[in-house]
Design a protein around this ligand. Structure first.
Ligand code: URA
Length: 189
């Protein structure tokens, strides 16, 4: 199995789909690769593409605030990655072909991180990682164990910026995540 820096290097040089022609940076991921909790979004937006780091725009600020409620911090005790590592132009959803070209990198990240918990941020990640026909409005906050990893999905932070009415449910989902961490013996320290 590849080691982390070899995987990162390979990903940084990837030319497996057309997104490589419009990207400024490959957005590999951020955080502690030894963390027990992994968050997976959809793909980089404009700010992320320019900076080379996931969730650094307005949605990223909200995500950091959400994480801090449950004592998680991207610089300490969790890891954040995306389904696709390069920005889809005009912030469109990543195409199936782009996801197919990129998903191997995430799979290898998951094998190396070996998280106990994986939280999908939004429907695109949930449909790719939990179930093809996942319905985020109905199923967010529910837990499934898959390949030894506890998985759930919460609303994407961008959806929470657009629709404040989704925030109370997301707060409950975050509390459920904190409880799952406790149940699995994961301390945020
Ligand atoms: N939205 C995502 O899904 N991922 C990012 O990194 C930024 C915005």
């Amino acid at each position: 199995m590849a080691d982390w820096s070899e995987l990162r290097e390979r990903c940084m040089n990837c030319r497996s789909c057309a997104l490589c022609t419009t990207r400024h940076n490959v957005v590999f991921g951020v955080g502690n690769p030894n963390a027990d909790v992994l968050f997976v979004g959809e793909g980089p937006g404009e700010q992320e593409d320019l900076k080379g780091e996931p969730f650094v725009g307005a949605a990223g600020k909200l995500l950091d605030d959400m994480l801090s409620i449950i004592d998680l911090d991207r610089s300490k005790n969790c890891y954040i990655a995306n389904i696709v590592k390069c920005r889809p132009p005009q912030n469109r959803d990543p195409l199936e072909t782009e996801q197919d070209a990129c998903i191997g990198y995430l799979r290898e990240q998951i094998q190396l991180i070996r998280p106990k918990i994986l939280v999908c941020l939004g429907r695109i990640a949930a449909m790719r990682l939990i179930r093809e026909d996942y319905r985020i409005t109905r199923e967010h906050g529910q837990w499934v164990e898959k390949d030894g990893i506890w998985m759930t999905a919460i609303y994407h932070p961008s959806a929470l910026l657009r629709d404040l009415s989704k925030r109370p449910e997301t707060f409950d989902d975050l509390i459920s995540l904190r409880e799952k961490m406790t149940e699995l013996g994961i301390s945020p320290e």
